[in-house]
Design a protein around this ligand. Structure first.
Ligand code: F3S
Length: 394
């Protein structure tokens, strides 16, 4: 049965503005495919697929054409990371040709009214949804955080559907927009204590590969910081397609599900996950900030690097707003005096690192460790932040 549309939504389908019409047509098709009964109004959107590395000329020209046709966002819409630091691309080693195309994408987004935030942690940078609010976000770690930690409701949108939702202010109401789909399918008891953000990422990597796109409920986790939770969610979204999870007494007051399949995460699983995510010991770039670093993470890195000197290259990736606080607190100066670079707007997964001559990365992100081997045979070493910093300052 076709979806019910309100009079306002019918008017969007008949709009004189071709971009609005196309956006609404796409959402109606999507809703019909997934069996949605109706649309739901959204409070915010997140546009992904905006790095020139990911979308190339066809994507750039699509965005430019869409902007020219009069596409304009109706709700707060933050942009996901771009392929370069918009100010420091030359220093990063990005080519002028790439930078020119990335700037054309930026211009198209600006014309559409998208906030040029270029971050995958919009919730740390000024776009914070409320519990039960419907949103249409696209970057998988941000989707996971919004659903699980904040309790907002979003499916994992693709670049075009998130943009269509931003332009119409609506999204089809199916999957995670419906309360009946927001219940746990697996109960996972975590046996070892999780001492670092990388331990949470390793747990996420293990869990995602087992539960795939379902909903885990963790027990046995004593405590978790916001950074731990963003690392956990990012990893599960990378090795599976987990978009919602619960951690007992931390993200939810609900009791563990009774009928869910129960699994145990043991110390041996934690150790073997570190080994599985690593395929080299020799690396030429160390990267922190996947998902984008919080100010606290940058502070920890700066504290460890005070008066030290790094061997090789090191990036700390963050949002432009967090970089501002890092600059003011003196963290950026400390990290850069040691030989690192604090970059905004980008990360090593969406930047053209293979063209920049890097062949292997050390990271504390299970998401980056999962994705990087797909790009130009990149090799990866996965370890905890402080252990990696120890190694590069020896
Ligand atoms: Fe963000 Fe890039 Fe990682 S977009 S989640 S830092 S792969």
């Amino acid at each position: 049965m076709a979806m019910h549309l309100t009079a306002d939504e019918e008017a969007l389908l008949d709009s004189d503005n071709p971009a609005v019409r196309k956006a609404m047509e796409l959402l109606v098709r999507l809703g019909d495919i997934y069996g949605a009964d109706e649309m739901v109004e959204i409070a915010s959107a997140q546009a992904s697929g905006i790095s020139y590395k990911s979308i190339g000329d066809p994507g750039m020209e699509f965005l430019e054409g869409f902007a020219e046709e009069g596409a304009e966002v109706r709700v707060q819409t933050f942009a996901n990371p771009a392929g370069m630091d918009i100010d420091r691309w030359e220093e990063m080693g990005v080519s002028p040709e790439f930078a020119k195309k990335q700037r054309r994408i930026l211009q198209a987004l600006r014309e559409m009214g998208v906030t040029l935030s270029f971050t995958c942690t919009p919730y740390l940078a000024g776009n914070l949804p409320r519990r039960n609010q419907h949103i249409a976000w696209a970057e998988s770690s941000a989707v996971s955080f919004a659903n699980s930690v904040i309790g907002a409701r979003t499916n994992r949108e693709g670049g075009p559907s998130a943009l269509a939702a931003a332009i119409t202010g609506r999204t089809p109401k199916y999957a995670l927009h419906l309360p009946e789909n927001r219940t746990a399918t697996h109960r996972i008891h975590v046996d070892p204590s999780l001492d670092t953000q990388a331990d949470f990422a390793a747990l996420g990597s293990w869990t995602g590969s087992i539960v795939e796109d379902e909903v885990p409920y963790f027990t046995g986790v004593e405590d978790a910081t916001t950074d731990d939770l963003k690392a956990l969610g990012a990893a599960m979204a990378a090795t599976g397609a987990v978009a919602l999870y619960f951690v007992e007494d931390i993200t939810t007051d609900e009791t563990p599900p009774i009928d869910a399949e129960t699994l145990a995460f043991e110390s041996g699983d934690l150790e073997s996950e570190y080994a599985d995510l690593t395929d080299t010991e020799d690396t030429d770039l160390v990267v922190f900030g996947c998902p984008h670093s919080s100010v606290e993470e940058i502070e920890r890195i700066a504290d460890r690097l005070e008066g030290e000197s790094i061997q090789g290259d090191m990036w700390v990736c963050t949002s432009r707003s967090n970089k501002t606080w890092s600059d003011r607190q003196g963290y950026t100066d400390t990290i850069e005096a040691a030989g690192g670079t604090v970059l905004s707007d980008t990360c090593n997964v969406v930047a053209p690192i293979e063209e920049m001559g890097y062949e292997s990365t050390a990271t504390d992100s299970a998401k980056a460790a999962t994705y990087l081997p797909g790009f130009g045979n990149q090799r990866v070493k996965f370890d905890d932040k402080l252990s990696l910093l120890e190694e590069v300052t020896e």
